[in-house]
Design a binder for this molecule. Structure first.
Ligand SMILES: Nc1ncnc2c1ncn2[C@@H]1O[C@H](COP(=O)(O)OP(=O)(O)OP(=O)(O)O)[C@@H](O)[C@H]1O
Length: 466
């Protein structure tokens, strides 16, 4: 149990409660493919990382640069722009996936959070599109507006001309078609001069497709980011299947799926081929398959009662004094909403702001905020300086705030996959091994749930005692 006094805060002792030496646990969601599925020659090319290395004629991973990897595939002005932005050395997933992507194969990019999957698929898009042509040639589907805004920003940054190139080819246009956006304006834009790349949430995309405003006849690349989340969402699944099969055909496009978590991936790959979401020779690029989370993450937990949680969080923040942190809070239940209770996230923000610790700079990100407020909240954080973001799980998928060093699970994630994605909001600097911290505040009853996550995701969690 935790007790809190100012003196104790400063004499806090972090003690490991775990003496386990081995953590070779079997992930719960390892899917055993029924033998009959692969009785004949496998329909699916599913390679482990080493298989891919063996089949890829890339340079030695320690010496290849992004320029060398992109040469002959990506236009020179895009390569220069990539370098100007600061991407010089490819990450492992980029090194493994780009040769397959450039060959036109459909790919499932399955690699840790923060491993650079976005740049991998954007480079492929930029290698095939013709910026002189006015037609939607690439479509990127994302689960949230936040991720959509972020991907749009990276795509626009890479598509812009390098600073020294004033003349030269016209750069391609990128449209963000995200829920809550100004869809009427987008309709006129789509009719007048279709953009080259569209980044869309499923809801907005379907509206445009159903009204025949958006046409996918010229779409050469379709990306579904956070694919497991999309297939798991009852709201998205039927539209997504329609997009993959009715609105467009896998024969006429390259299909790329990306996520850090693809539970039962063999089953998923089998479905991809059977349902014709991809072509039969789809490649599964699985990087770091034995270590689902970045190794620079240090996982910790504190056990306390529900009533002590606020105070424990405050103590942790005072002791850690993180420069930039995200605190994850559960969404308010429908029952609590109906009862007219204040959302737990707002109560927590109020508590932090009124606490003696002086957290005046607390930002908030949750589902019920309007589009502009949500956009403003994130761009403020990206503006530089330290931040303390209190968020629901809408910030758990894909959001890239590389300065985040600490994650606090004020409420325990609902499953291991959710833990992985929340934890993955930190440790997002590909070539840095700076330690980042993920701390869960749990009750005694929740300890076994956290233990289950440890087993499934193969990590060890250290208990903090006050
Ligand atoms: N080659 C590179 N060199 C340096 N930084 C890179 C490189 N590729 C990507 N990054 C940076 O790494 C961070 C994470 O990249 P990205 O958002 O694509 O991760 P992700 O694999 O999509 O993660 P998630 O699964 O959490 O969505 C970003 O800040 C990005 O700018």
């Amino acid at each position: 149990m935790a007790c809190f006094s100012a003196t104790q805060l400063h004499t806090l002792l972090w003690t490991s409660s775990l003496n386990r030496t081995s953590h070779h646990f079997k992930p719960k969601y390892t899917y055993r493919t029924p033998k009959f599925l692969f009785r004949q020659k496998p329909l699916i090319a599913s390679f482990s990382t080493s298989d891919i290395e063996a089949r890829t004629e890339t340079k030695d991973s320690s010496t290849a640069t992004l320029r060398e990897l992109c040469h002959g595939h990506v236009p020179e002005h895009v390569i220069r722009r990539v370098e100007e932005v600061g991407y010089v050395i490819p990450t492992e997933v980029q090194l493994q996936a780009l040769p397959f992507l450039y060959s036109g194969r459909d790919c499932v990019l399955h690699a840790q959070t923060g491993s650079g999957k976005t740049l991998a698929y954007l480079l492929q898009i930029l290698s095939v599109i013709d910026s002189q042509r006015s037609a939607v040639q690439a479509l990127i589907v994302v689960p949230t507006r936040e991720l959509g805004m972020q991907v749009t920003k990276v795509a626009r940054t890479l598509a812009a001309k390098p600073s020294e190139l004033e003349s030269g080819p016209k750069s391609c246009t990128v449209m963000a078609l995200l829920d809550g956006g100004m869809l009427n304006r987008h309709k006129s834009w789509l009719k007048a001069e279709p953009p080259t790349i569209v980044v869309a949430t499923m809801g907005s995309l379907c509206q445009m497709l159903e009204k025949h405003v958006l046409k996918l006849d010229s779409c050469q690349v379709l990306v579904v980011d956070e694919v497991d989340f999309m297939f798991n969402s009852s709201k998205e699944i039927s539209s997504l299947k329609r997009l993959l099969t009715s609105y467009s055909s896998s024969k006429n496009r390259q299909t790329i799926f990306a996520s850090a978590s693809i539970p039962q991936h063999r089953r998923f790959l089998y479905d991809c081929v059977q349902q014709k979401w991809t072509k039969a020779d789809v490649v599964h690029v699985h990087v770091n398959s034995v270590e689902p989370m970045p190794s620079c993450l240090h996982h910790r937990f504190v056990v306390c009662t529900k009533r002590e949680k606020n105070q424990v969080l405050l103590s942790l923040l005072q002791v850690d004094s993180p420069e930039s942190a995200i605190i994850f809070v559960s969404e308010q239940s429908e029952k609590s909403k109906k009862a007219g209770n204040a959302p737990p996230i707002t109560l927590l923000v109020d508590f932090l702001m009124s606490s003696s610790g002086g957290f005046s700079n607390v930002s908030l990100l949750e589902e019920d905020m309007n589009f502009n407020k949500r956009a403003a909240s994130l761009s403020e954080l990206r503006g530089g300086g330290g931040y303390l973001l209190v968020a629901t799980d809408i910030a758990a998928r894909g959001v890239d705030l590389p300065e985040t060093t600490h994650i606090y699970n004020f409420d325990i994630p609902k499953d291991a996959v959710n833990y992985l994605h929340r934890a993955g909001r930190t440790g997002r600097k590909p070539f840095s091994d700076k330690k980042c911290f993920v701390t869960s505040i749990i009750t005694v009853e929740e300890r076994f749930v956290l233990q289950r996550f440890e087993n499934e995701l193969m990590f060890r969690c250290e208990q903090l005692f006050f």
